[in-house]
Design a protein around this ligand. Structure first.
Ligand SMILES: Cc1cc2nc3c(=O)[nH]c(=O)nc-3n(C[C@H](O)[C@H](O)[C@H](O)COP(=O)(O)OP(=O)(O)OC[C@H]3O[C@@H](n4cnc5c(N)ncnc54)[C@H](O)[C@@H]3O)c2cc1C
Ligand code: FES
Length: 503
């Protein structure tokens, strides 16, 4: 049985926001669409540089993926340095390290300068392996990371309460409370003339000089520059979605005595990924935060994933009682490096930040600095590494073909398969299923009171069929990860329109 409150610790332990919705037309220098870490960091950097900025957020700021992350702030990203060195070259690996380390230091500096209490703590970062066969690969990663300029070494012991076969260790990384940090940045940028609008979904973007943005509420914003920071990009003229893969992950958090704190931020790609960190908690305790069990949204048995993650946490940290649990998803590019820069080859004033691959804390901050520099007409040396217009067939053909085969499999295969159930009468209370009526796929949910909620099962992104995630009571699209409530409202893109209601 799943235990603990179904809420992210970051949402639970930082205040709610109440910025107004956009109620009038505006003219601005820069419009940032999306108020997660990437959007807020960009808006803050631009305000710092003296630009007039507006942030347009569909829901509440720092409450999307950023409000449901685990917030390890580190330049050690699993085994990225071997990969970048091999596929881009050693110079690019150095730029990756430099840009990500600068992002960690940026949070340290801004926290100190603005006096933000965001539970910022310096800790070493580890990527560990428990299989002796994995040691050579991890040793190679430690060498690649050190060569790229990180204070990295290969170690055989860690602060974890179980033995490892080996680990990459990087000194002087950090962990923090992402919402406390970003809500303080938002306040600071508002104080300095930046404007934030919540409950303001952007539904149209007309590119030009200036660009014209339209919102669901019917207002327009004219902007010289636009930053699309909506996580999975909306208005994707470059078809970046074909080079992005969504991956959902689960998180559990449990109080532990302070003397059991493993003293670091940890991750292993083994066992379907496990990540471990702690955060300050009540009465001198620490909150142990364990993440893992990734899966493609809309696929697999999510309840089983929860059981496995909770089981692992109790086995490795005996006596823990789960206090909080939550889930979220990030997207990864086909070459493993984020897309940050001009949105497509035909633009000089529409920018994007996405594809953080589970490392959007440092990459979101890096994106803010990079986009602010590009908009100011500067080009840091590593701009090319992150430029979304890069496309190397040598690097990306294999992963691209695999990803597209998977999407095509869902698009075609899901239509050919028998519907989830033959009749709405078979749908038990609290569950949902896709039912075919007169040749049309309907996504039908029966609520605990027995009432039916029916919406079209065709995802409003590109028409793949959604599936029900019973553990989280949501419709999910297996093609690119769009998520919807049982009444069809968009929870997460790339879809930007609700599933139409049906009888
Ligand atoms: C379980 C989990 C654990 C993670 N742990 C770590 C970690 O330890 N360290 C790390 O570095 N990274 C981690 N990550 C990755 C990191 O959390 C993400 O990469 C990052 O939060 C993404 O930020 P974002 O700003 O791109 O997206 P979001 O925070 O989702 O922000 C996008 C915003 O855009 C808004 N939006 C969408 N469409 C529109 C529209 N049409 N109009 C207006 N607004 C719109 C959304 O409402 C949302 O608020 C983790 C990810 C997951 C899933
Ligand atoms: S998310 Fe792309 S088709 Fe549904």
């Amino acid at each position: 049985m799943r235990t603990g409150m179904a809420e992210s610790w970051w949402m639970h332990s930082a205040g709610a926001t109440s910025y107004p919705a956009l109620e009038a037309d505006l003219d601005v220098e820069v419009a940032v669409i999306g108020g997660g870490i990437a959007g807020l960091a960009t808006a803050w950097e631009l305000t710092e540089a003296g630009s007039r900025v507006v942030v347009l957020e569909a829901g509440r700021i720092a409450a999307g993926v950023t409000g449901h992350t685990t917030a390890k702030l580190s330049a050690l990203h699993t085994r990225i340095y071997s990969r970048v060195r091999e596929s881009f070259g050693p110079r690019f690996a150095r730029w990756y390290a430099e840009s990500q380390l600068q992002a960690v230091e940026r949070v340290a500096d801004v926290t100190a300068r603005l006096g933000i209490d965001a539970d910022f703590e310096r800790v070493p970062a580890y990527t560990w392996t428990e299989t002796p066969d994995g040691v050579a690969e991890f040793r190679a990663e430690a060498e690649a990371a050190a060569e790229a300029g990180l204070p990295a070494s290969f170690v055989s012991t860690t602060g974890l309460p179980f033995a490892v076969a080996g680990a990459v260790r990087v000194e002087n990384q950090a962990q923090f409370h992402p919402r406390k940090y970003l809500l303080a940045l938002a306040e600071d940028l508002s104080r300095r003339g930046g404007r934030i609008f919540e409950r303001t979904r952007v539904t149209g973007l007309n590119e030009g000089h200036p660009c014209t943005i339209t919102t669901e509420g019917g207002h327009t914003v004219r902007a010289r520059h636009v930053v699309v920071a909506t996580h999975y990009p909306v208005f994707d003229r470059a078809l970046l979605f074909t080079r992005l893969e969504a991956r959902r992950e689960l998180v559990v958090a449990a109080p532990i005595e302070a003397d059991r704190d493993p003293g670091g931020i940890y991750l292993t790609p083994e066992s379907n990924t496990r990540s471990v960190r702690t955060a300050p908690y009540r009465d001198g305790q620490r909150l142990l935060i364990v993440t893992g069990e990734h899966f493609t949204p809309g696929t697999g048995d999510v309840a089983q994933h929860w059981e496995r993650l909770e089981g692992w946490t109790r086995e490795r940290f005996p006596g823990t009682e789960i206090a909080f649990r939550w889930a979220a998803q990030d997207n990864t590019t086909t070459d493993g490096v984020p897309f940050v820069g001009p949105f497509h080859p035909g633009t000089d004033n529409v920018h994007v930040a996405t594809g953080f691959g589970g490392w959007g804390m440092s990459s979101g901050i890096m994106a803010g600095r990079l986009l602010a520099a590009l908009i100011a007409g500067d080009e840091p040396p590593w701009a090319g590494l992150y430029d979304p217009r890069r496309l190397s067939l040598a690097r990306e053909t294999g992963p691209l073909l695999k990803l597209q085969a998977k999407v095509a499999g869902h698009f075609v295969g899901d239509r050919l398969r028998p519907a989830g159930t033959e009749s709405v009468d078979d749908i038990a209370a609290g569950t949902g299923a896709v039912v075919r009526v007169d040749g049309e796929h309907r996504a039908v949910y029966r609520d605990p009171a027995g009432d039916l909620h029916a919406v079209s099962a065709r995802c409003t992104h590109l028409s793949c069929l959604v599936r029900f995630n019973e553990a989280e009571t949501a419709w999910e699209c297996p093609c690119h990860g769009s998520r919807f409530t049982v009444d069809g409202a968009v929870l997460q893109g790339p879809a930007n329109r609700p599933l139409p209601p049906l009888t």
